[in-house]
Write a protein that binds this ligand. Structure first.
Ligand code: GRF
Length: 216
């Protein structure tokens, strides 16, 4: 049973999807600690409702960003966390946390990386005029949304889509692939070699790719 620590800054719907997968028994993991960097993050309400330990950490209490992330790493380690999950955490993760959890920090991004990294991936996709977008779960490195890809899921971009309508379509898939990626990790089925993540025992057809809805 993998011990999870979650970092969030806001709404926490991905955090909720992880809670739901655990409660449904499809994900065999335990939520040891939620850390937020924003005291009014709704994710905290979700933690309270489900009896999950939670902590607000104010970056201003730490002299530097590195100091802040060292503090986060200490908090997670003290709870025995094995995998760190970024569920809408609006900061670039710094080295002290990555060193404490090498290839053990996962993020979800609302675009098909390496397209449209950074903020507002959905708006970037609509503005660019792409026909397909989606979401990506990846291991975190020191760059912005640049780490090794674990799962990607694609959705069509419709002619009348707005940032909101596309975000909603993508979010439905985020809630599927994030718990799925964590499940693969907890089953010891993710093998990282350089940029490549191999999913052990996945058929070629489902090697980290989901397309939904079908384009017919
Ligand atoms: C999601 O769109 C996720 O892809 C991005 O931030 C958003 C967080 O949403 N990293 P929520 O807080 O999980 O509802």
């Amino acid at each position: 049973m993998t011990k999870l620590g979650v970092l969030a800054s806001g709404r926490g719907s991905n955090f909720q999807a992880i809670i739901n997968a655990i409660n449904a028994g499809t994900l065999k993991a335990s939520l040891e600690l939620l850390i937020v960097d924003n005291p009014s993050a709704y994710a905290v309400e979700r933690a309270k409702k489900h009896g999950i330990p939670h902590l607000y950490m104010n970056p201003k209490d730490f002299g530097t960003q590195d100091g802040f992330f060292a503090g986060i790493a200490d908090g997670l380690k003290s709870r025995g966390v094995e995998l760190v999950v970024l569920a809408g955490f609006m900061r670039i993760v710094r080295k002290p946390l990555l060193d404490a959890f090498p290839m053990r920090v996962m993020n979800i991004h609302p675009a098909l990386l390496p397209s449209f990294p950074g903020l507002h991936g959905q708006r970037q996709a609509v503005d660019y005029g792409v026909r397909i977008s989606g979401c990506t779960v990846h291991f975190v490195d020191e760059g912005m949304d640049t780490g090794p890809v674990i799962i990607q899921a694609a959705v069509p971009v419709m002619p009348d889509d707005t940032e909101e309508s596309l975000s909603e379509r993508i979010l439905g898939l985020e809630h599927k692939i994030f718990p799925e990626a964590i499940r693969l990790f907890s089953e010891g089925r993710l093998e990282v070699s350089g940029r490549k993540v191999r999913i052990i025992n996945a058929s070629k057809a489902v090697h980290g790719v989901i397309v939904n809805p079908p384009l017919s």
